[in-house]
Design a binder for this molecule. Sequence first.
Ligand code: AMP
Length: 503
Amino acid sequence: MSSLFSLLDKSACRFADRGAVFRGTEQLLTWSELRSRALRLAAGISGRCQGGDRIAVFSENRPEYVELMFAAWAAQAAIVPINYKLHDKEAAQIIDDAGATLVFVSPKLAAGLRRSSSLHRDRMVVIGEAAYEALLAHEPLVPPVVVPQTLAWLFYTSGTTGRSKGAMLTHRNLLAMTMAHLADVESLDEGSSQIHAAPMSHGSGVYVLPSVARGARQVVPASDGFDPVEFLELCDHHPACGAFLAPTMVQRLRLAVQQGGRAPPRGLRSIVYGGGPMYVEELRKSLAVFGPVFTQIYGQGEAPMTITALNRAAHGTDDDAVLGSVGWPRSGVDVRVVDPDGSVLPSGAVGEIVCRGDIVMAGYWRNPAATSQALHGGWLRTGDMGSFDEHGCLTLRDRSKDVVISGGSNIYPREVEEVLLAHPGVDKTCVVGRSDAEWGEVVVAFVVRAPGAEVSAAALDAHCLDHIARFKRPKEYHFVDELPTSSYGKVLKSELRRLLASG
Ligand code: AMP
C-alpha cells in the first residue's frame, strides 16, 4: 500500500509545470514546486523530530497548509490540525495532549499562543517567517516507505460532550477516504479546482487528498476562509470549481447570489456539504439557484467524511424523504442500525448508527477507555440515531443524546425543526428537550425569525398542528437573535439546554 505522500508524488510527476497552489487568483506553486517544497520542509522537520511524532498546525486557511501536510507525511510524522477559531488556551491544551514536537502557527495566531502555552520557543515555527524559511533551506528528503497503520492525522473532536478527544487517523484511513471520495462523490481531474473556503483543519483539509491525487488546483481564498462574494468570484476565475461547505455556508452563498442580484457562477462544478443537518427547505432553494451541483456526505471525525452520501443524481428526486436523508453507505463501508444490545434492526426502525471499514479510526489518542466505548469488533459507534428505508437509504435523526423523550415517546428534534423551517416566518431554529416533572421532558423550540417577520408562538403552534403529531410539537417557544454555535459553526444544543436549565 502506498503512503499519502505518493498522491502528491504522482501528480507532480504527471503535471509538473501546471499550477498547483493558488492564493485567490494568484498562482503560487506548480506541482513540481509543491513537491520540492514539501520534501525540503520534510528534511527540515526530520532534523527536529522522529517518525511517529505529532506536528500541530494552528492556522487559518493558508496555502502553506498543503505543503505542511505532505511534508509531515514524508517525514513519517502526523499532522494535528487545530481549528483557528479555538481560544489560544484550547489550542495549547490540544498541543499538550497530543505531545506535539513542533507547532506551526500562523503569524496572526502566534502571539496569542505564545502567551497561553508554555511551549519552548524552539518548538514553535511561525509559518512564512525566518524559522520556516530555514526549514525550507534543506536538501529534499527522499520519502521513505510508510506502513499503512502509521498515524497521519490526529483530529480533535469538538468536545461538546466533554473533553476533546484525538481521533487517530492513519495513512490507511485517509487513503480509504480518498478512494471512496473519488468513487462515490465526484470525479476530479487536472482541469478542476478545489476551493478551500471551509476550515482546512476539518473537512476541507482532508479533501486536499482526492483533489491532489487528481492534479486539481488547490485554491486558498485570499481572505483565508469563507467570504461568499469572494467565493463566487473565484468560481468565475478558476476552472470547474468544487468545495466542501457546511450547510450554513451553502445558505450564505445562496443569499449572496439572490440578494446581490448576481448570476450563479459559471465555473461552479460541485458543492459537497455535510457535517450538520441541511434542511429540505434550504436544499430546495439552493438547488433552484445553483442547479444540480450538490452531494451530501455524512461522516464524523472518527470516520472522516465517509459513512454515507447522497449523490448528485439523487438530488434530482421529488421525494422530500430522500432529500432529507443522508443517502447510501459509501464504497468500502458497512453501515448498520442497531439497538442498545448491538442487534441489527430492520428497515424503518430507529437505532444507533454503527459503521465498519478501512475508514474507521484506529482509536482515540492515549484514551483506551473512550476507545473501547467507541469501537466494538471493528464497528464504530457513531452516537447518531437513524433508520434505513427499504431501499437502503439512511435517514439521520439526531445524536442519541439529543433525542427528546416526552411521555415515553421518542421525539427527533430534526423532524420538528424541518417543519418549523417550512414556515416563512422562521429563519433558523433549534429544538431541544427540557426536563419536566410530568412528562419527563418537553419539547422546546428556539427560533430566529426571518428578517421583518412577526411570527408568533401561536402561529407556529398552528403550523405544527397541521404537519406533525400533537405530541411532537413544541410546548414552549423562545425567540432569539442568534443560535449559539461551535467553532465549526454547529449549533450548540448543550448550550441551549444549559440556558433552559438556568431559567
Ligand atoms: P464532526 O466529528 O465534528 O465532523 O461531527 C460529526 C457529527 O456531525 C456526526 O456524528 C453527525 O451528528 C453530524 N453530521 C455529519 N454529517 C452530517 C449530515 N450530512 N447531516 C446531519 N448531520 C451530520
